[in-house]
Design a protein around this ligand. Structure first.
Ligand SMILES: [Ca+2]
Ligand SMILES: [Ca+2]
Ligand SMILES: [Ca+2]
Length: 143
């Protein structure tokens, strides 16, 4: 019985997602959106090139993505936006180069929508670190 309820919830979600998809794909001139077979991953592709632009994960089916990955020309992810606790704010954003190496990270320590710290790894392999100590939305060099 319990399993049946779960099944019907998932089937309903799948139907809504399918309907939603058709609507978006008909109206959107640039992007083509699709869900995977388990309905927990949404792919957005460039309509002209067919290349992947974003991959988004919604593991608990609440339409809030815990992970969104951005791709460049089908390469990537080059950026990963992470909202593990599903509160709508990204507590962590990761940046990668085109070879998949981590080259930067942004952190929102209070998980309140404002970035408090980030670093970038330069071509020279030097790391630049920034912090918003007084929480006014402007960074200073971390030392
Ligand atoms: Ca979710
Ligand atoms: Ca969050
Ligand atoms: Ca913050």
């Amino acid at each position: 019985m319990y399993g049946l309820v779960i099944y019907s919830i998932i089937a309903t979600i799948a139907l809504i997602k399918y309907w939603h998809l058709n609507k978006i794909n008909n109206e959107n001139k640039n992007f083509e959106i699709s869900w995977n077979s388990t309905n927990d991953r949404m792919l957005m592709k460039d309509k002209k090139t067919g290349k992947l632009i974003t991959l988004s994960e919604d593991i608990n089916f609440d339409y809030n993505f815990e992970l969104t990955e951005i791709f460049f020309n089908g390469i990537g992810p080059i950026t990963s936006y992470i909202d593990k606790n599903d509160n709508g704010y990204f507590e962590k954003i990761l940046h990668y180069d085109f070879n998949g190496e981590l080259v930067g990270e942004s952190r929102d320590f209070e998980d309140n929508g404002s970035i408090d710290y980030y670093y970038v790894i330069l071509e020279s392999n030097d790391t630049l670190e920034f912090v918003d100590k007084n929480k006014n939305g402007r960074m200073e060099i971390y030392q």
